[in-house]
Design a protein around this ligand. Structure first.
Ligand code: ZN
Length: 248
């Protein structure tokens, strides 16, 4: 693991830039940490929503089906926390790289849609997204509005009156876009790992696959955690990632 200091553009920084530039199929994998600078707390962090609402109960398909009112206690608060949030420098840097054909896509665990807001186009959302509510009865997908969070005991489908659920992957549901992710990652020779400890499957397997293929890992986290990383950029991702991307 080589620690790269963005404030000191030394030989190591230059080496990292050169090796990224030589990539044939660079991708990014992002998690909660990329959205923290946008004011969205990591649900898993201390004081985060998941410490108050056990996700295995509240973010669980069976519980939603039996008692949607209970699960909406969590969804309502999550939805309100995500409202009116803006992408930060890290989201914008990834969108900019893609626009300039220097990044093939973003695989994210986040449900906040900030990569889309930043202008990224090839975004694969493993855990779905909270910009829509879905009806499991009739398949209706409705754009989220703030009025949904004021609906008690829970918002209902405008077509069939069934309880709506956020268009996110709950415990008991399959993760999404796995095939598309596998196709992309099989070609990947450089992976930017941004704001994630990459401990939760399937995101956890992405760095391993890239390493096994002989690829490189660039880690952008407040505190580096990825043991297999080739280059680590410690610090606020909204600063480190744009500083790196500016050199590419
Ligand atoms: Zn419906």
């Amino acid at each position: 693991m080589k620690l790269v200091d963005i404030n000191n553009k030394d030989a190591l920084f230059t080496e990292a830039v050169a090796r990224f530039k030589a990539a044939r199929f660079p991708l990014a994998s992002t998690g909660a940490g990329i959205s923290v600078p946008s004011g969205i707390p990591d649900f898993r962090s201390r004081g985060g929503l998941w410490t108050k609402y056990n996700p295995e109960i509240y973010a669980n398909l069976d519980v939603f089906l039996k008692d949607p009112e209970k699960t909406w206690e969590l969804y309502r608060q999550t939805g309100r926390e995500l409202q009116n949030k803006k992408p930060n420098g890290a989201h914008l840097a990834l969108a900019d790289l893609e626009r300039h054909k220097k990044l093939r896509g973003v695989i994210t665990q986040n449900i906040d849609r900030l990569h889309h807001a930043a202008g990224s186009e090839n975004v694969l959302e493993i855990h779905g997204e909270f910009a829509h509510l879905q009806c499991l009865d009739c398949g209706n997908l409705e754009p989220v509005e703030s009025s949904h969070f004021d609906a008690y005991p829970y918002p209902r489908c405008s077509r069939c009156e069934a309880a709506l659920k956020p268009n996110i992957v709950l415990f008991g549901e399959a993760v999404r876009q796995l095939e598309a992710i596998e196709t992309l990652i099989a070609q990947c020779d450089v992976l930017l790992v941004v704001g994630t400890s990459a401990k939760v499957y399937p995101a956890a397997s992405l760095p391993e696959i890239v390493k096994r293929q002989g690829g490189l890992l660039f880690e952008f986290n407040l505190k580096p955690v990825l043991e297999q990383a080739d280059y680590c950029f410690p610090g606020d991702v909204a600063k480190t990632l744009p500083a790196f991307a500016n050199e590419l």
